[in-house]
Design a protein around this ligand. Structure first.
Ligand SMILES: NC(=O)c1ccc[n+]([C@@H]2O[C@H](COP(=O)([O-])OP(=O)(O)OC[C@H]3O[C@@H](n4cnc5c(N)ncnc54)[C@H](O)[C@@H]3O)[C@@H](O)[C@H]2O)c1
Length: 308
């Protein structure tokens, strides 16, 4: 399980361990956000005898010992975030997304072990149709990050075709919940709300997302390992909301009027995202279960204890 100290990865490890699975988590603790927060993500796993952690950079480490004897590889490690993917920092996206994924694929290529990897709704960019189906002829990312994620999908397809590797790609749509990354909107908004600070909104706030609660994303991820190999799945929570709508929900939940400042739209932000999840529902028997208000309340509770 790569990216184990991250937001979604730490939840996935906890769910696997709770299912009785032995998990080797791998993470290099990149400095995209603090090591302290990543260690906090792993807090509940520290006392789990079925969980072990290896600190290693997938784009340089000797991967053989990490992959030996594994039954499934869940590859969630990446350099995320659309905004930081422009300019000089792009090289980190190449390193942590493209090179790391290619090295892992090369290592598992000849084995029948399912290789589930995290792609993103960012591959669609400003999708021509909403909700978007997986088979759009030409995904057109609007950020360099999205381009790297599309590249990892392309690599996965190549290894599946040429080497028969059972590769599954998951296009997560804006995942949220406790431990969400500090650069993501809900954590920024809820952190500011609990500290009574000003909230910065990029653009007019009418951009909308298909929000996915982390437990639902984890459920789809685990199910996909037993699904048909070679497939790409949208993983979207099914409840579309604009940023302004989310702010109104936070005001209702906290009983406070938020102090909001609006700044210019950020390059790389798609206007709307929406997942057609028919394929995941049909082939994986998956369905998202957490309504947005319920998930937001859980994240608010976490924000009160960790970000206040
Ligand atoms: N959070 C979302 O809404 C979302 C949406 C779409 C796709 N994704 C994808 O899901 C995955 C998990 O996202 P997240 O939000 O949990 O991010 P995260 O940053 O919290 O977790 C990623 C983890 O990967 C680790 N990592 C990065 N490069 C590494 C390397 N070379 N070797 C070893 N470890 C490395 C980081 O240290 C980090 O702990 C990523 O692949 C991301 O692109 C996330």
């Amino acid at each position: 399980m790569t990216g184990a100290a991250g937001f979604i990865g730490s939840h996935l490890c906890e769910a696997l361990v709770a299912d009785g699975v032995e998990v080797l988590g791998v993470d290099s603790f990149t400095d995209y956000y603090s090591r302290e927060r990543k260690e906090a993500n792993l807090r509940a796993l520290a006392s789990e005898p079925r969980f072990a952690l290896a600190e290693a950079d997938l784009s340089t480490a000797d991967l053989g010992p990490l992959l030996d004897g594994r039954d499934v590889v869940f590859h969630l490690a990446a350099q995320p975030g659309v905004r930081a993917s422009w300019g000089e920092t792009f090289s980190r996206y190449v390193h942590d997304n493209i090179t790391a994924t290619q090295r892992l694929l090369e290592q598992v290529a000849a084995s029948p072990v399912p290789f589930v990897h995290a792609s993103s709704s960012s591959v669609y960019g400003d999708a021509e149709a909403l909700p978007t189906v997986e088979d759009v002829t030409m995904p057109r990312p609007v950020s360099p990050y999205g381009v790297t994620k599309l590249a990892t999908e392309g690599l996965g397809r190549l290894y599946a075709r040429e080497r028969g590797t059972p590769v599954i790609a998951l296009r997560y749509f804006t995942v949220y919940g406790p431990r969400q990354r500090p650069d993501m909107a809900f954590t920024r908004f809820l952190g500011a709300a609990v500290r009574s600070e000003r909230i910065t909104v990029f653009g007019d706030g009418e951009q909308s997302r298909d929000f996915t609660y982390v437990a639902d994303a984890v459920d789809a991820t685990i199910r996909s390992a037993a699904g048909p190999p070679g497939q790409v799945y949208n993983v979207g929570g099914g409840e579309q909301a604009s940023v302004n709508d989310v702010l109104a929900r936070i005001e209702r939940l906290t009983g406070r009027t938020l102090d909001v400042v609006r700044v210019e739209r950020q390059a790389g932000d798609a206007r709307h995202t929406g997942a057609d999840t028919t394929r995941a529902r049909t082939e994986l028997g998956w369905e998202p279960k957490t309504p947005l208000d319920e998930g937001l309340a859980a994240q608010l509770e976490w924000a009160r204890s960790e970000l206040g």
